[in-house]
Design a protein around this ligand. Structure first.
Ligand SMILES: [Zn+2]
Length: 378
Protein backbone atom coordinates (compact mmCIF):
# COMPACT_ATOMS: atom_id res chain seq x y z
CA UNK A 1 0.00 0.00 0.00
CA UNK A 2 3.05 2.26 -0.07
CA UNK A 3 2.23 3.72 -3.45
CA UNK A 4 -1.28 4.57 -2.31
CA UNK A 5 -0.23 7.06 0.33
CA UNK A 6 0.97 9.48 -2.33
CA UNK A 7 -2.18 9.28 -4.45
CA UNK A 8 -4.11 11.93 -2.57
CA UNK A 9 -1.45 14.58 -2.90
CA UNK A 10 -0.87 13.58 -6.52
CA UNK A 11 -4.52 14.13 -7.43
CA UNK A 12 -4.83 17.21 -5.23
CA UNK A 13 -2.19 18.83 -7.44
CA UNK A 14 -4.39 18.02 -10.44
CA UNK A 15 -7.50 19.75 -9.08
CA UNK A 16 -7.19 22.62 -11.56
CA UNK A 17 -7.04 20.21 -14.51
CA UNK A 18 -10.01 18.30 -13.19
CA UNK A 19 -11.99 21.50 -12.82
CA UNK A 20 -11.15 22.52 -16.40
CA UNK A 21 -12.36 19.15 -17.65
CA UNK A 22 -15.53 19.44 -15.59
CA UNK A 23 -16.23 22.83 -17.08
CA UNK A 24 -15.81 21.50 -20.62
CA UNK A 25 -18.19 18.64 -19.92
CA UNK A 26 -20.82 20.86 -18.27
CA UNK A 27 -20.62 23.29 -21.17
CA UNK A 28 -21.45 20.45 -23.57
CA UNK A 29 -25.13 20.24 -22.70
CA UNK A 30 -26.46 16.72 -23.15
CA UNK A 31 -30.11 16.04 -22.38
CA UNK A 32 -30.96 12.36 -22.86
CA UNK A 33 -33.50 13.20 -25.56
CA UNK A 34 -31.12 15.20 -27.78
CA UNK A 35 -29.07 12.61 -29.65
CA UNK A 36 -26.78 15.05 -31.45
CA UNK A 37 -25.92 16.80 -28.20
CA UNK A 38 -25.25 13.56 -26.31
CA UNK A 39 -23.20 12.16 -29.20
CA UNK A 40 -20.94 15.20 -29.01
CA UNK A 41 -20.06 14.71 -25.35
CA UNK A 42 -19.66 10.97 -25.98
CA UNK A 43 -17.10 11.62 -28.70
CA UNK A 44 -15.25 13.98 -26.40
CA UNK A 45 -15.10 11.44 -23.56
CA UNK A 46 -14.07 8.72 -26.01
CA UNK A 47 -11.17 10.85 -27.24
CA UNK A 48 -9.98 11.49 -23.71
CA UNK A 49 -10.14 7.80 -22.89
CA UNK A 50 -8.28 6.91 -26.08
CA UNK A 51 -5.57 9.43 -25.25
CA UNK A 52 -4.95 7.66 -21.98
CA UNK A 53 -4.52 4.29 -23.62
CA UNK A 54 -8.03 2.88 -23.88
CA UNK A 55 -9.38 0.83 -26.77
CA UNK A 56 -12.65 2.58 -27.55
CA UNK A 57 -15.79 1.15 -29.14
CA UNK A 58 -18.93 3.10 -29.98
CA UNK A 59 -22.22 1.29 -29.63
CA UNK A 60 -24.41 3.21 -32.08
CA UNK A 61 -28.01 4.05 -31.23
CA UNK A 62 -30.76 5.36 -33.44
CA UNK A 63 -32.90 7.21 -30.94
CA UNK A 64 -30.54 7.84 -28.03
CA UNK A 65 -26.93 8.94 -27.96
CA UNK A 66 -24.28 6.37 -28.89
CA UNK A 67 -22.81 4.52 -25.92
CA UNK A 68 -19.05 4.30 -25.46
CA UNK A 69 -17.06 1.34 -24.17
CA UNK A 70 -13.48 2.20 -23.20
CA UNK A 71 -11.25 -0.71 -22.26
CA UNK A 72 -7.86 -0.83 -20.61
CA UNK A 73 -6.87 -4.49 -20.95
CA UNK A 74 -9.19 -7.36 -21.84
CA UNK A 75 -12.89 -7.68 -21.17
CA UNK A 76 -13.06 -10.67 -18.83
CA UNK A 77 -12.94 -10.67 -15.05
CA UNK A 78 -12.20 -7.01 -14.71
CA UNK A 79 -13.64 -3.84 -13.25
CA UNK A 80 -16.75 -2.40 -14.84
CA UNK A 81 -17.18 1.34 -14.26
CA UNK A 82 -20.58 2.83 -15.10
CA UNK A 83 -20.91 6.54 -15.81
CA UNK A 84 -23.70 8.28 -17.70
CA UNK A 85 -23.15 11.39 -19.75
CA UNK A 86 -26.76 12.39 -20.32
CA UNK A 87 -28.48 14.93 -18.08
CA UNK A 88 -32.04 15.99 -17.31
CA UNK A 89 -31.38 19.55 -18.51
CA UNK A 90 -32.55 20.77 -21.93
CA UNK A 91 -30.14 22.62 -24.21
CA UNK A 92 -30.33 26.28 -23.26
CA UNK A 93 -30.23 25.73 -19.51
CA UNK A 94 -26.58 26.71 -19.55
CA UNK A 95 -27.48 30.19 -20.82
CA UNK A 96 -29.71 30.73 -17.78
CA UNK A 97 -27.48 28.97 -15.31
CA UNK A 98 -23.89 29.06 -16.61
CA UNK A 99 -20.89 27.24 -15.20
CA UNK A 100 -19.77 28.93 -12.02
CA UNK A 101 -17.28 28.45 -9.23
CA UNK A 102 -18.27 29.87 -5.83
CA UNK A 103 -15.74 29.19 -3.11
CA UNK A 104 -15.24 25.43 -3.03
CA UNK A 105 -18.35 24.71 -5.08
CA UNK A 106 -18.74 24.19 -8.82
CA UNK A 107 -22.18 24.82 -10.28
CA UNK A 108 -23.87 24.24 -13.60
CA UNK A 109 -26.40 21.94 -15.25
CA UNK A 110 -25.42 18.29 -14.78
CA UNK A 111 -22.26 19.19 -12.85
CA UNK A 112 -23.05 16.77 -10.04
CA UNK A 113 -25.25 14.26 -11.86
CA UNK A 114 -23.18 12.99 -13.49
CA UNK A 115 -20.49 15.00 -15.30
CA UNK A 116 -18.19 15.12 -12.28
CA UNK A 117 -18.14 11.32 -12.36
CA UNK A 118 -16.70 11.30 -15.86
CA UNK A 119 -14.00 13.66 -14.62
CA UNK A 120 -13.19 11.33 -11.73
CA UNK A 121 -13.03 8.26 -13.97
CA UNK A 122 -10.87 9.91 -16.63
CA UNK A 123 -8.59 11.56 -14.08
CA UNK A 124 -8.10 8.29 -12.18
CA UNK A 125 -7.07 6.41 -15.32
CA UNK A 126 -4.93 9.25 -16.65
CA UNK A 127 -3.30 9.58 -13.24
CA UNK A 128 -2.43 5.91 -12.97
CA UNK A 129 -0.83 6.11 -16.39
CA UNK A 130 1.18 9.16 -15.41
CA UNK A 131 2.34 7.35 -12.27
CA UNK A 132 3.16 4.16 -14.23
CA UNK A 133 0.78 2.24 -12.01
CA UNK A 134 -1.36 -0.49 -13.55
CA UNK A 135 -4.87 -1.50 -12.53
CA UNK A 136 -4.79 -4.93 -11.00
CA UNK A 137 -7.44 -6.23 -13.42
CA UNK A 138 -8.71 -5.06 -16.82
CA UNK A 139 -10.86 -1.94 -16.70
CA UNK A 140 -13.96 -1.27 -18.79
CA UNK A 141 -15.70 2.08 -18.58
CA UNK A 142 -19.20 2.24 -20.01
CA UNK A 143 -20.31 5.78 -20.74
CA UNK A 144 -24.03 5.49 -21.40
CA UNK A 145 -26.38 8.04 -22.87
CA UNK A 146 -29.83 7.22 -21.51
CA UNK A 147 -29.56 6.71 -17.74
CA UNK A 148 -31.87 9.58 -16.88
CA UNK A 149 -34.69 8.03 -18.89
CA UNK A 150 -34.27 4.56 -17.35
CA UNK A 151 -31.47 3.19 -19.59
CA UNK A 152 -33.81 1.71 -22.23
CA UNK A 153 -31.03 1.19 -24.79
CA UNK A 154 -28.06 0.61 -22.49
CA UNK A 155 -29.54 -1.90 -20.06
CA UNK A 156 -28.70 -4.97 -22.17
CA UNK A 157 -25.16 -3.66 -22.65
CA UNK A 158 -24.74 -2.97 -18.94
CA UNK A 159 -25.93 -6.46 -18.09
CA UNK A 160 -23.74 -8.13 -20.71
CA UNK A 161 -20.65 -6.29 -19.43
CA UNK A 162 -21.55 -6.92 -15.80
CA UNK A 163 -21.89 -10.65 -16.46
CA UNK A 164 -18.18 -10.72 -17.34
CA UNK A 165 -17.02 -8.38 -14.60
CA UNK A 166 -15.43 -9.08 -11.22
CA UNK A 167 -17.02 -6.04 -9.64
CA UNK A 168 -19.06 -3.05 -10.77
CA UNK A 169 -18.30 0.48 -9.62
CA UNK A 170 -21.20 2.77 -10.37
CA UNK A 171 -19.83 6.29 -10.50
CA UNK A 172 -22.93 8.17 -9.46
CA UNK A 173 -22.96 11.20 -7.14
CA UNK A 174 -22.46 10.92 -3.38
CA UNK A 175 -24.65 13.01 -1.10
CA UNK A 176 -23.23 15.91 1.01
CA UNK A 177 -21.91 13.49 3.66
CA UNK A 178 -20.09 11.47 1.00
CA UNK A 179 -21.76 8.16 1.91
CA UNK A 180 -21.53 5.37 -0.63
CA UNK A 181 -24.70 3.55 -1.66
CA UNK A 182 -25.25 -0.01 -0.56
CA UNK A 183 -28.96 -0.06 -1.35
CA UNK A 184 -31.28 1.68 -3.72
CA UNK A 185 -34.96 1.30 -4.16
CA UNK A 186 -36.36 -0.26 -7.32
CA UNK A 187 -38.68 1.72 -9.56
CA UNK A 188 -42.00 0.62 -11.00
CA UNK A 189 -43.92 2.73 -13.48
CA UNK A 190 -47.61 2.51 -14.25
CA UNK A 191 -50.04 4.10 -16.65
CA UNK A 192 -53.63 3.61 -15.50
CA UNK A 193 -56.51 4.55 -17.74
CA UNK A 194 -60.16 4.79 -16.73
CA UNK A 195 -62.83 4.53 -19.41
CA UNK A 196 -66.38 5.69 -18.80
CA UNK A 197 -69.18 7.02 -20.98
CA UNK A 198 -69.49 10.57 -22.30
CA UNK A 199 -72.73 12.47 -21.84
CA UNK A 200 -74.06 16.04 -21.83
CA UNK A 201 -73.48 17.35 -18.32
CA UNK A 202 -76.81 19.20 -18.29
CA UNK A 203 -79.22 17.15 -20.38
CA UNK A 204 -77.92 13.61 -19.70
CA UNK A 205 -75.78 13.72 -16.56
CA UNK A 206 -77.24 10.48 -15.21
CA UNK A 207 -76.37 8.58 -18.40
CA UNK A 208 -72.68 9.40 -18.18
CA UNK A 209 -69.95 7.40 -16.46
CA UNK A 210 -67.37 9.85 -15.18
CA UNK A 211 -63.86 8.50 -15.82
CA UNK A 212 -62.31 11.24 -13.67
CA UNK A 213 -64.50 10.25 -10.73
CA UNK A 214 -63.45 6.64 -11.25
CA UNK A 215 -59.78 7.59 -11.17
CA UNK A 216 -60.33 9.73 -8.09
CA UNK A 217 -61.29 6.55 -6.21
CA UNK A 218 -58.26 4.70 -7.61
CA UNK A 219 -55.86 7.54 -6.79
CA UNK A 220 -56.80 7.39 -3.10
CA UNK A 221 -56.34 3.62 -3.08
CA UNK A 222 -52.96 3.89 -4.76
CA UNK A 223 -51.65 6.65 -2.53
CA UNK A 224 -52.74 4.63 0.51
CA UNK A 225 -50.44 1.78 -0.57
CA UNK A 226 -47.51 3.94 0.57
CA UNK A 227 -45.89 2.44 3.64
CA UNK A 228 -42.86 4.35 4.91
CA UNK A 229 -42.12 1.70 7.55
CA UNK A 230 -41.08 -0.76 4.82
CA UNK A 231 -39.92 1.84 2.34
CA UNK A 232 -42.77 1.57 -0.17
CA UNK A 233 -43.89 4.77 -1.85
CA UNK A 234 -46.63 5.13 -4.42
CA UNK A 235 -46.84 8.48 -6.17
CA UNK A 236 -49.57 9.47 -8.59
CA UNK A 237 -47.49 12.11 -10.28
CA UNK A 238 -49.39 13.00 -13.44
CA UNK A 239 -53.04 13.20 -14.42
CA UNK A 240 -55.02 13.99 -17.53
CA UNK A 241 -58.63 13.53 -18.50
CA UNK A 242 -61.82 14.93 -19.89
CA UNK A 243 -62.51 17.43 -22.62
CA UNK A 244 -64.57 20.28 -21.18
CA UNK A 245 -66.51 21.04 -18.03
CA UNK A 246 -69.89 20.45 -19.68
CA UNK A 247 -69.15 16.90 -20.82
CA UNK A 248 -69.10 13.88 -18.52
CA UNK A 249 -65.57 12.63 -19.28
CA UNK A 250 -65.24 9.19 -20.84
CA UNK A 251 -61.48 8.96 -20.40
CA UNK A 252 -58.87 9.85 -17.78
CA UNK A 253 -55.32 8.71 -17.18
CA UNK A 254 -52.71 8.79 -14.45
CA UNK A 255 -49.01 7.96 -14.30
CA UNK A 256 -47.75 6.36 -11.15
CA UNK A 257 -44.25 5.89 -9.74
CA UNK A 258 -43.74 3.03 -7.29
CA UNK A 259 -40.59 2.54 -5.17
CA UNK A 260 -39.72 -0.63 -3.27
CA UNK A 261 -36.72 -1.80 -1.24
CA UNK A 262 -37.07 -5.52 -1.96
CA UNK A 263 -38.30 -7.80 -4.71
CA UNK A 264 -40.71 -9.36 -2.22
CA UNK A 265 -42.35 -5.96 -1.70
CA UNK A 266 -42.50 -5.46 -5.44
CA UNK A 267 -44.34 -8.77 -5.90
CA UNK A 268 -46.82 -7.72 -3.25
CA UNK A 269 -47.45 -4.20 -4.47
CA UNK A 270 -47.56 -5.07 -8.16
CA UNK A 271 -50.19 -7.71 -7.58
CA UNK A 272 -52.23 -5.25 -5.51
CA UNK A 273 -52.07 -2.67 -8.30
CA UNK A 274 -52.83 -5.31 -10.93
CA UNK A 275 -55.92 -6.33 -8.94
CA UNK A 276 -57.50 -2.84 -8.83
CA UNK A 277 -61.17 -3.01 -9.78
CA UNK A 278 -63.43 -0.21 -10.99
CA UNK A 279 -65.70 1.36 -8.42
CA UNK A 280 -68.37 2.96 -10.65
CA UNK A 281 -70.85 0.65 -12.38
CA UNK A 282 -69.94 0.40 -16.07
CA UNK A 283 -66.45 1.94 -15.74
CA UNK A 284 -63.37 0.12 -17.03
CA UNK A 285 -59.77 0.26 -15.87
CA UNK A 286 -56.68 -0.49 -17.93
CA UNK A 287 -53.58 -1.02 -15.81
CA UNK A 288 -50.24 -1.09 -17.61
CA UNK A 289 -46.92 -1.12 -15.81
CA UNK A 290 -43.59 -2.72 -15.18
CA UNK A 291 -40.60 -2.78 -12.91
CA UNK A 292 -38.17 -0.40 -14.59
CA UNK A 293 -35.17 -0.94 -12.29
CA UNK A 294 -35.18 -3.76 -9.75
CA UNK A 295 -34.30 -2.84 -6.15
CA UNK A 296 -30.63 -2.97 -5.15
CA UNK A 297 -31.08 -4.74 -1.85
CA UNK A 298 -28.61 -4.30 1.00
CA UNK A 299 -26.84 -7.66 0.94
CA UNK A 300 -23.35 -9.17 0.62
CA UNK A 301 -23.49 -8.20 -3.08
CA UNK A 302 -23.15 -4.56 -2.02
CA UNK A 303 -21.71 -4.83 1.49
CA UNK A 304 -18.63 -6.88 0.60
CA UNK A 305 -17.34 -4.43 -2.00
CA UNK A 306 -18.10 -1.64 0.45
CA UNK A 307 -15.94 -3.26 3.15
CA UNK A 308 -13.12 -3.74 0.68
CA UNK A 309 -13.40 -0.11 -0.36
CA UNK A 310 -13.36 1.02 3.25
CA UNK A 311 -10.04 -0.80 3.78
CA UNK A 312 -8.51 0.80 0.71
CA UNK A 313 -9.86 4.21 1.74
CA UNK A 314 -8.30 3.77 5.18
CA UNK A 315 -4.90 3.34 3.51
CA UNK A 316 -5.49 6.76 1.96
CA UNK A 317 -6.55 8.24 5.27
CA UNK A 318 -10.20 8.48 4.21
CA UNK A 319 -13.15 7.35 6.29
CA UNK A 320 -16.10 6.08 4.28
CA UNK A 321 -19.68 5.51 5.34
CA UNK A 322 -22.52 3.76 3.53
CA UNK A 323 -26.17 4.53 3.10
CA UNK A 324 -28.96 4.13 0.58
CA UNK A 325 -31.47 6.11 -1.42
CA UNK A 326 -34.92 5.95 -2.95
CA UNK A 327 -33.47 6.91 -6.33
CA UNK A 328 -32.49 4.14 -8.73
CA UNK A 329 -29.39 3.95 -10.91
CA UNK A 330 -27.75 1.50 -13.28
CA UNK A 331 -26.26 -0.22 -10.23
CA UNK A 332 -29.75 -1.61 -9.62
CA UNK A 333 -29.40 -3.76 -12.75
CA UNK A 334 -26.01 -5.23 -11.91
CA UNK A 335 -26.70 -5.81 -8.21
CA UNK A 336 -29.92 -7.65 -9.11
CA UNK A 337 -27.77 -10.01 -11.21
CA UNK A 338 -25.74 -10.84 -8.12
CA UNK A 339 -22.59 -9.13 -9.44
CA UNK A 340 -20.71 -7.36 -6.62
CA UNK A 341 -21.68 -3.71 -7.00
CA UNK A 342 -20.78 -0.50 -5.26
CA UNK A 343 -22.47 2.80 -6.00
CA UNK A 344 -22.10 6.44 -5.04
CA UNK A 345 -18.40 6.67 -5.92
CA UNK A 346 -18.86 9.98 -7.71
CA UNK A 347 -18.31 13.49 -6.45
CA UNK A 348 -19.69 14.85 -3.21
CA UNK A 349 -22.34 17.52 -3.59
CA UNK A 350 -26.09 17.88 -3.65
CA UNK A 351 -29.12 18.99 -5.61
CA UNK A 352 -29.31 16.43 -8.41
CA UNK A 353 -32.06 17.35 -10.88
CA UNK A 354 -32.51 20.75 -9.19
CA UNK A 355 -31.33 24.27 -9.89
CA UNK A 356 -29.20 24.15 -6.72
CA UNK A 357 -27.02 21.36 -8.08
CA UNK A 358 -23.37 21.68 -7.03
CA UNK A 359 -20.17 19.69 -6.56
CA UNK A 360 -17.65 20.17 -3.76
CA UNK A 361 -14.42 20.78 -5.64
CA UNK A 362 -12.08 19.11 -3.10
CA UNK A 363 -14.05 15.88 -3.55
CA UNK A 364 -12.92 15.61 -7.18
CA UNK A 365 -9.27 14.76 -6.44
CA UNK A 366 -10.26 12.81 -3.35
CA UNK A 367 -12.61 10.54 -5.25
CA UNK A 368 -10.15 10.20 -8.13
CA UNK A 369 -7.50 9.08 -5.63
CA UNK A 370 -9.93 6.61 -4.10
CA UNK A 371 -10.92 5.16 -7.46
CA UNK A 372 -7.31 4.94 -8.61
CA UNK A 373 -6.39 3.16 -5.37
CA UNK A 374 -9.29 0.74 -5.76
CA UNK A 375 -8.20 -0.14 -9.30
CA UNK A 376 -4.63 -0.77 -8.14
CA UNK A 377 -5.26 -2.53 -4.83
CA UNK A 378 -8.53 -4.43 -5.26
ZN1 LIG B 1 -26.93 10.07 -12.42
Amino acid sequence: MNDLSTLRSFFARRTGDMLDLLRRLVEMESPSTDKAAVDRVMRFAAERARASGAAVTFVPQERWGDHVLARWGGNEGGFLLLCHLDTVWPVGTLAERPWQVEGDRALGPGVYDDKASAVIVLAALEGLRALSLSPRHPVTVLFNSDEEVGSPSSRALIEAEAARARVVFCIEPARPDGALKVWRKGTGRYVITALGRAAHSGADHERGINAIEELAHQILRLQAMTDYTVGITVNVGWIQGGLRANIVPNQAQIRVDVRVKTMAEWERISSAIGALQPVLPGARLIVEGELNRPPMEESPVTLEPFRRTQEIAAALGLTLTANGTGGASDANFTAAMGVPTLDGLGAIGDGAHSVDEYVLIPSLPERAALLAAMLVAW
